[in-house]
Design a protein around this ligand. Sequence first.
Ligand SMILES: [Zn+2]
Ligand SMILES: [Zn+2]
Length: 176
Amino acid sequence: MSKYRRRISPHFHEDEFACKCCGEVGDKKQLQILVARLEMLRSQFNKPIKVISGYRCPKHNTKVGGAKKSQHMLSQAADIVIDGISPKRVAKLAHGIFKGIGIYDHFTHVDTRSYKASWDHSTKEEKKDASDKTNTKLSSKRSVPEVKETKKATTKAKSKTSSRRRTSKQKEEKEG
Ligand SMILES: [Zn+2]
Ligand SMILES: [Zn+2]
């Protein structure tokens, strides 16, 4: 599949998204949508995006321990790396472009699903929520946004950034 590097957008080739085991790319229409969004993301940084995982056939997805309904099997997802830019920062800029965003230690997962889903599986930074595991009874409030944005933003400008960061951590999803 890589003999003829078919260009599918100004900066991406089809084989970059091919399944590691069989070389398939799955649904080409979905791939095209994904690539168009990746081009948008690329323009935010103006740096090459390395695709470390694109389409996965069901067999390969199982092998790498991907989620059962992984967006990778729909040709809607890519795990990406941008040299010199942390996965967290990539994720931050991806938010206006992708609905599905996952942060890992060494890459960022983005996908074109239609509903919002974001998770942070990185282990590098201190996990703010790790300490309240003991309060299992309180876990019923998990779906409620835990930080209510202060309406008087003018006076709280300093603390705002740190509290906002926390809200993006709420949804956990298994990925790979
Ligand atoms: Zn495969
Ligand atoms: Zn992924």
